[in-house]
Write a protein that binds this ligand. Sequence first.
Ligand SMILES: [Mg+2]
Length: 192
Amino acid sequence: MNIGIDIDGVITHEKKGKENIWLRSLNNYFEENIKRKKDVYDFSEAYDLPLEDLREFLNNKIHEIYSNVEIAPNAKNIMDQLKNDGHTIYLITARHKKFRPLTIKWLAQHNVNYDYLYHDHNKAELAVDKNIKVFIEDNQANSKNILNKNIPVILVNKYHNQDIQDSDLLYRVDNWNDIEEIIDEIITDIKS
Ligand SMILES: [Mg+2]
């Protein structure tokens, strides 16, 4: 079975609250105590930062953040199991293609086993194209689009993805142990 998996916030360990890697980095960079003002995905809106400042921050820091981020606990082991069970893993990220070498290197450093790596903003279309049967994602807009294609979504809970309608195809999880449990159920359902 083909399984789609997002990278940022799913395989990477972004952490929560004050420990969130993006917030920590923002605070270090601007030497300020920036707080989240809105529970939305867009950084500029969430942290009430001028776009120009945000752009400068990302230009200077995103490479370092992508390179140094930890892997989410158990992500590797559970992906290994999925591979061992014969599934095909499609990593599908909205990261810009210029980060592809860095991303491949990071995945290798963390011994992540996968079959394909795609850089694409239009994840729902790609999921249909690649016959993906379940998608593990944390982005709300992507998840809505994928659900609209009748593809089950395992949604990793974040402050920015709480505004999405319940559906039989939507499975909320907090971590990879939850993912392991739920994906087994979904796979069994699809097979039967
Ligand atoms: Mg993500």
